[in-house]
Design a protein around this ligand. Structure first.
Ligand SMILES: O=C(O)[C@@H](CO)OP(=O)(O)O
Length: 250
């Protein structure tokens, strides 16, 4: 019997202008920095060099993921593939921390509280006020969400909104035999990896995803990763960059 496997590529957007300034970002729709644009192009070249060629791409509705997908696919000569976008792939909503400096936040609230907000599974930051300049209240791309629109999220909330999208839209494309690229965000991809690899609620705190580095999963016919954790196309660079993400704020 032939075993059917499928290929899923996860790509966190390249460095954004707020990553460069060390600000909590969440749903604020900031652009890529020049470094982030170069990372996206390099990520696309890595895919082409490895012969991993996406047939369909899923992105969040935030421009740093959308632009990263475009630049990477253009570099891989796959700019023409079908695109699907959904808010369920958005970064975790960072509540009242959106727009705040990570280092200052750690100094103000202490490392324990800072890490609880940043990496605990189920402690959301305080909700953002609707009149905060970094609120998404009134943004037309979320009008259809009504009362469902988050004003803060912990990783558990991201798992709850993302897994239904994985189970329907992304899995349907994999089942159809497509190589799927998901261009999204540090915490939405942590939520997806947690689900795929069956990582525990405490263990997931230690997992960080670097910007612009393709992470390739081969999935079994029941969508279990053939190799837990997948494989980065440049594992050494990915490990160094993931450690830098872990240390933000320090
Ligand atoms: O600010 C954010 O939205 C995220 C990703 O950049 O930050 P963190 O890694 O601290 O969760």
């Amino acid at each position: 019997m032939t075993r059917m496997t499928s290929t899923l590529v996860l790509l966190r957007h390249g460095e954004s202008v707020w990553n460069a300034k060390n600000l909590f970002t969440g749903w604020v729709d900031v652009d890529l920095s020049d470094t982030g644009r170069s990372e996206a192009v390099a990520g696309g070249r890595m895919l082409a060099d490895a012969g991993v060629l996406p047939d369909v791409v899923h992105t969040s509705v935030l421009r740093r993921a959308i632009t990263t997908a475009h630049l990477a696919l253009d570099a891989a000569d796959r700019h023409w593939i079908p695109v699907r976008r959904d808010w369920r792939l958005n970064e975790r909503h960072y509540g009242d921390l959106q727009g705040k400096d990570k280092k200052q936040t750690m100094e103000q609230f202490g490392e324990e509280q800072f890490m609880l907000w940043r990496r605990s599974y189920d402690t959301p930051p305080p909700p953002i006020a609707d009149d905060n300049e970094y609120s998404q209240q009134g943004d037309p791309r979320y009008a259809h969400l009504g009362d469902q629109m988050p004003r803060t999220e912990c990783l558990k909330d991201v798992v709850a909104r993302l897994v239904p999208y994985w189970e329907t839209e992304i899995r349907a494309d994999l089942e159809a035999g497509h190589t799927v690229l998901v261009a999204a965000h540090g915490n939405s991809l942590r939520a997806l990896v947690k689900h795929l690899d069956g990582i525990g609620d405490d263990e997931i705190a230690a997992l960080n995803i670097p910007t612009g580095m393709p992470l390739v999963y081969e999935l079994d016919d029941d969508f279990t990763p053939v190799t837990k954790g997948g494989r980065y196309l440049d594992p050494e660079a990915a490990a160094t960059a993931a450690a830098a993400v872990a240390n933000q704020g320090r």
